[in-house]
Ligand binder design. Structure first.
Ligand code: ADP
Length: 190
C-alpha cells in the first residue's frame, strides 16, 4: 500500500493537492476536517461536538478524532492506500495511526509537508472564506488561533515521522500545478 500523510498548516493546500494525488495513485482520501464538516451539515451528535471546537479554531479532542479515523479506514476493504489529510494533528494521533496500520499489516510510506509562509496562509484562508462559507476561515483572530495551535500541537508531529526517516517537505508556494509536480516527484523518489 501507498500511505501518505499530507501535512502542513491551515491553508497550505492539503485538500487541493489530495484531489490530485488520489487521482494519480488511486488512493482513498481521508480528510478529518471534511468528515467533521459533513457531520456538522448532517447535524449529527459528532457534528455538534466538532463544531464547538472548530468554530474556535481548536482541535477536536484526540479520543473523538482517533475513533472517527479508525472507523473511516475500516470502511475500505482492499484499498491501494490512503492520503491522510489533516490527520494526524497530534503525536497521540500519529501513534494511534501507526498501531492501526500495523494491525492491517501496513504502515505510513511518507509524510510530506507543504511549506508555506504565514502571510500567504492568511491570504489564502481569507480568500477561501469567500467561497467556502467556513466560519473558521472568515475571522482573522480564529485564523491566528488555528496557526498557533498548528505551531504548538501539530508541528511536533514532524519529528514523530522524522524519527522513522519518513519526513519530507516540499515548497508549497507557487502555482497549484507546480506544487503537484513537486509532490509527484517526492512520492516517486525511491
Ligand atoms: P485546515 O487545514 O484548513 O485547518 P481542516 O479541514 O483540516 O482545515 O480542519 C478544520 C478544523 O477541523 C480544525 O481546525 C480542527 O478544529 C478540526 N480538525 C480537523 N482534523 C482534526 C484532527 N486530526 N484533530 C483534531 N481536530 C481536527
Amino acid at each position: 500500500m501507498l500511505n501518505i500523510v499530507l501535512f502542513g498548516p491551515p491553508g497550505a493546500g492539503k485538500g487541493t493537492q489530495s484531489e490530485r494525488l488520489i487521482e494519480k495513485y488511486n488512493l482513498v482520501h481521508l480528510s478529518t476536517g471534511d468528515i467533521f464538516r459533513a457531520n456538522i451539515k448532517g447535524e449529527t451528535e459528532l457534528g455538534k461536538l466538532a463544531k464547538s471546537y472548530m468554530n474556535k479554531g481548536q482541535l477536536v479532542p484526540d479520543s473523538v478524532t482517533i475513533d472517527l479515523l479508525k472507523s473511516e479506514v475500516m470502511k475500505h476493504s482492499h484499498p491501494k492506500g490512503f492520503i491522510f489529510d489533516g490527520f494526524p494533528r497530534t503525536n497521540n494521533q500519529a501513534s494511534a495511526l501507526d498501531v492501526l496500520l500495523v494491525s492491517m499489516n501496513t504502515s505510513i510510506t511518507k509524510m510530506i509537508s507543504l511549506d508555506v509562509d504565514e502571510e500567504e496562509l492568511k491570504t489564502r484562508l481569507l480568500k477561501r472564506a469567500e467561497v467556502s462559507g467556513r466560519a473558521d476561515d472568515a475571522n482573522p483572530s480564529i485564523i491566528e488561533n488555528r496557526i498557533a495551535v498548528y505551531q504548538k500541537e501539530t508541528a511536533p508531529v514532524k519529528s514523530f515521522y522524522a524519527d522513522q526517516n519518513k519526513f519530507f517537505s516540499i515548497d508549497g508556494m507557487g502555482s497549484v500545478d507546480d506544487i503537484t509536480k513537486r509532490l509527484f516527484d517526492s512520492i516517486d523518489a525511491n
